[in-house]
Ligand binder design. Structure first.
Ligand SMILES: C[S@@+](CC[C@H](N)C(=O)[O-])C[C@H]1O[C@@H](n2cnc3c(N)ncnc32)[C@H](O)[C@@H]1O
Length: 243
């Protein structure tokens, strides 16, 4: 039965992203249709590659989690946004799914709220809201809650090598030199302004070089393979496992 469990100790430092997501109700997928979400979930289930129990960190409105549910015995969705979890609850009820629990927690408080460990720990479109240090700590903690043979699968991480090119329009169908120049100027101005105001450069979060994520995974005793995201040109998936 789906229920939202209050985190036992939900404190943690004030986080700019917590404010950003506090009223949000959707995960910002490229298309919001059920057909598209089902396609995205199928791609992700392929990479998740089995397991019986799954933790979805930053599950949002459970737009993907509810598609994972029929393939797993027990699932837990975690998010620090109450509005997202409210939407997730509604969605789970509507789909009459009985094997999902929801927990209100963040990347730090989550671990003390778990009663068991998992075959898969995943996150879709979430890792860009964590710094490298936070990702390192997340992988370290996750490794203690992962069953033997388990995997961490981080979907749709923004690639710091491709994202700037996508932003200036290099991947658009009608590439236009003048437009690229204008967008480059605009981006440059946005970056300078963000630095001066000490704010994140982009509401989509930080982009992370896959080699850096791999180094962090290796440091924590894991191997990592990186695959291109099927539906987002500038994103990749990190599949992290022990050999
Ligand atoms: C872009 S949405 C993706 C939602 C969902 N994974 C999906 O694909 O539909 C990112 C989600 O991560 C959550 N989130 C971001 N940083 C988080 C953190 N540090 N702890 C818990 N949740 C976080 C946000 O509240 C939001 O629901």
């Amino acid at each position: 039965m789906s229920k939202v469990l209050e985190s036992k100790k939900y404190v943690g430092p004030k986080n700019i992203w917590k404010d950003f997501f506090k009223d949000k109700k959707h995960g910002g997928h490229r298309y919001s249709s059920e057909d598209f979400l089902a396609m995205e979930a199928r791609e992700k289930l392929f990479h998740l590659d089995g397991g019986r129990t799954l933790l979805d960190f930053g599950c949002g409105a459970a737009e993907l989690l509810t598609y994972y549910a029929p393939q797993y015995e027990q699932l837990v969705g975690v998010d620090f946004s109450e509005s997202m979890l409210e939407e997730a609850s509604k969605r789970i009820k509507k789909k009459k799914l009985e094997n999902i629990d929801l927990i209100l927690a963040d990347h730090e408080t989550l671990w003390e709220n778990l009663d068991y460990s998992f075959d898969r720990i995943t996150a879709a479109g979430v890792i860009q809201f964590l710094t490298f240090q936070e990702i390192d700590k997340f992988i370290f903690e996750a490794s203690k809650h992962l069953n033997k043979g388990g995997k961490l699968v981080f979907f749709d991480i923004m690639d710091s090598r491709l994202y700037p090119l996508w932003k200036i329009g290099l991947f658009s169908q009608n590439v236009d030199g003048f437009k690229i120049l204008c967008k480059t100027g605009f981006e440059f101005r946005t970056i300078i302004s963000a630095i001066l105001k000490n704010r994140p450069r982009d509401i989509l979060g930080y982009s992370h070089n896959p080699n850096k994520i791999k180094k962090i995974a290796n440091k924590n005793g894991f191997e990592m393979i990186c695959v291109q995201s099927m539906y987002y040109e500038y994103k990749y998936h990190a599949i992290i496992f022990r050999t």
